[in-house]
Design a protein around this ligand. Sequence first.
Ligand code: XIL
Length: 375
Amino acid sequence: MTRRQFVEAASMMGAVGLVELSGCARPHDQAVLPAPPVASLREVGASRGILAGCAIQIARLRDTPAYAQLVREQAGIVVEENAFKFTQRLRPSPTEFFFGDTDYLVQFAEANGMKVRGHNFVWHRSLPAWFDGYMTPANAEAVLVEHIERVGGRYAGRIHSWDVMNEAIRVEDGLPGGMRDTPWRKLLGDGYIDSAFRTARRVDPKALLVYNDYGIEGEGDKPAAKREAVMALLRGMQQRGVPVDALGVQSHLDAGRGDVYGPGLMAMLAEVRAMGLKVLLTEMDVNDKWLASPIPARDAGVAEVYGNYLKTTLADPGVIALLTWGITDRYTWLNGEASRSDKLPERDLPFDVQLQPKPAFFAELEALRGAPRRG
Ligand code: XIL
């Protein structure tokens, strides 16, 4: 059997596995086959005791076998971009839950020996249409607790880590402690965070409970102020005996802006470690909108940030996981966000739209290879 035949056969087996899971065959997509992989982030990460993986999109996992195959090869841990969030899809009404996507994700991950992250229980965005009209200060606590009990409880023991709270800090909002002015906080006050973590621990004692945020990576006053507020939140939680196990550093970065990742970030990672908490790099991508159009220069600029940032952060032994927010530019969320002025698609992730590895992939691989082995 030639290498190509082997890869094709392996890919078809993957497709069959997918069909069994979804009950829905898409034969035309099986013609799209991935090129032989160069190396596996998942395997290199594992050799250093680091869980390497990515955010995925379930719809694409279901309908594009080549993408599913790439995820299998590269990810030792996965998270779904939206499926676990408190959204209209997961929560069609105050009394209903839709678990079709999350069940599929957890089964896919387990069938392929991957860990799964839960993202997230509490966030200020993507809330269901009924939220504002239904929620009151009187019922909010019960809704939050029931949500965590039902969603967390369904997958208890099977989730590596839960982002219990996503993005609770926004210093510019001017609130005490740098708290973000969120819908949940308006209903429940600052206590909503403690309450969510306590409920999550009760419901799924095995999952690492994570506080996850962005904008805490760079040097300069703004990231430094946000880091300080995040650390104060974590210290306060520990003092109150609130069960928090890890800090999630989202790591949505920019190329071409001269951002530096150094002393401020490393001091935070060291302090988190001294507090007995772990660190996960949860959502890495490198926005190339500040770079001029030619692709080689953009790819080099993005890879440089991957390399610099990861060589810096992975040197801290408290960093146990690294996930990019997507794996291929074909499905990057950034194309729907702050897009480039030249309207070209973003090239922020390790693989390109053809599912081929880019310089960013090799930079990530090299940083993982160079990381000290975790115990
Ligand atoms: C993004 C998803 O990728 C998009 O599909 C969705 O439209 C908006 O949310 N920080 C987070 C993630 O914590 O939940 C966000 O995910 C990206 C930024």
